[in-house]
Design a protein around this ligand. Structure first.
Ligand code: AMP
Length: 360
């Protein structure tokens, strides 16, 4: 595969909506290939701006700012999915936005994403959309307990979720999620969690990484390990086929991540992200071409890079909150790849960095 006729040549500018660590690592990968990056984010502290070529600190909803961005960049992407769809659609009328607004709008809504994936043959936990306490009570009666109540939108890292142990928990759970539109999901008895990171080019070409085993702590990813154990490996083909089908059905361009539970019945789809993902950070040193570089390659119309492992074993460990204070010992560890995100303040639960160890 060679670069598409509409490929953006190095020297072009990639606009990135969002200013966090994913944007930071995307900007680094883009710079390696000779692209410039322009970050748009409202945050005072943008760790993406530290590695990007330029930064506009502004609200996403300002037409003046969006017009200016569209003039300055050759393609727009986003590094988080909780951005309002309006500005993304507005930009898409002026400049290519990859992945397109459809990927974003479906991934933003847990009910739409589950229905979409089930509609093309994916297996999900039993679920029901609820928008009142009475609907929640009816859903618990139907789905049973234990179950998990999740806000329809704006949830991440286990936020916006409440565990329901029995029907008597309904009222409290409804109050805890702020009486907002939600879905009730049956509790999945899984042995392991894993993800499929797929990348699709503008020519429809697909590549996908071997699945990491993802271990969470307090709802936040703690560790990704490859190769995955047998309990995950048996589901690899089915999950990767589903991810490819989802990417195709969305007309997705760029990286797309699907998260799964491994169960004896098969892989159960949990959620998707229309972007690079924390469970793919190991690819920077653990794969021949990282998820960040492959995202840049895809959205710029370049051929996709190899997703093969660079070693026999790869482990990525997240540095959450004050775990970042371990950096002096980690940086002294032979062969370790330490990544710190440049965040000024440590807060509990905040992703501060990660380390990757590759066994050759
Ligand atoms: P999510 O934000 O949907 O990724 O959920 C965060 C974490 O909660 C997941 O990584 C799982 O560990 C757990 N979880 C979410 N949904 C379920 C479920 N239906 N059954 C069991 N555990 C779940």
């Amino acid at each position: 595969m060679s670069a598409s006729p509409s490929a953006l040549p190095p020297g072009s500018t990639i606009g990135i909506l969002g200013g966090g660590q994913l944007g930071r690592m995307l900007a680094s990968a883009a710079a390696q290939l000779g692209y410039r990056t322009h970050i748009l984010a409202p945050d005072a502290e943008s760790v993406a701006a530290q590695t990007a070529s330029s930064f506009t600190r502004a609200d996403y909803h300002s037409r003046i700012v969006l017009d200016e961005m569209a003039d300055q960049v050759d393609v727009v992407t986003y590094e988080f999915e909780n951005i309002a769809i309006g500005p993304v659609e507005y930009l898409a009328g002026k400049v290519p936005v990859r992945p397109g607004p459809t990927s974003l709008s479906i991934a933003q809504d847990r009910a739409r994403e589950k229905a979409f994936v089930a509609g093309i043959g994916g297996r999900t936990a039993p679920w029901a959309a609820v928008s009142t306490l009475a609907e929640l009570q009816a859903a618990i009666a139907e789905i049973g307990a234990p179950a998990i109540l999740k806000t329809l939108r704006l949830g991440y890292d286990g936020k916006g979720q409440v565990r329901i142990h029995d029907a008597a928990d309904a009222e409290q759970a409804w109050a805890d999620i702020g009486e907002r539109p939600a879905i009730l999901e049956g509790f999945v008895n899984f042995s392991h969690e894993f993800s499929i990171i797929t990348v699709r080019g503008i020519d429809g070409g697909l590549a996908s990484y071997p699945p990491p085993w993802n271990e969470h702590k307090d709802g936040i990813l703690a560790r990704s390990t490859l190769p995955a154990p047998a309990e995950i490996a048996v589901h690899w083909a089915e999950a990767a086929t589903l991810a490819a089908r989802v990417a195709e059905a969305l007309g997705h361009v760029g990286v797309l991540t699907l998260e799964f539970f491994a169960t004896p019945e098969g892989p159960v789809f949990n959620e998707m992200a229309p972007r690079v993902h924390n469970s793919g950070h190991w690819t920077i040193e653990g794969a021949e071409c990282s998820q960040f570089e492959n995202h840049v390659r895809a959205i710029c119309g370049l051929p996709l890079g190899s997703t093969a492992l660079t070693g026999t074993r790869v482990e990525m460990e997240n540095l959450i909150g004050d775990e970042a204070n371990r950096w002096p010992a980690l940086v002294a560890e032979p062969g370790v790849h330490l990544h710190l995100y440049g965040k000024a303040n440590i807060r509990p639960g905040r992703k501060m960095g990660h380390v990757t160890r590759v066994t050759r």
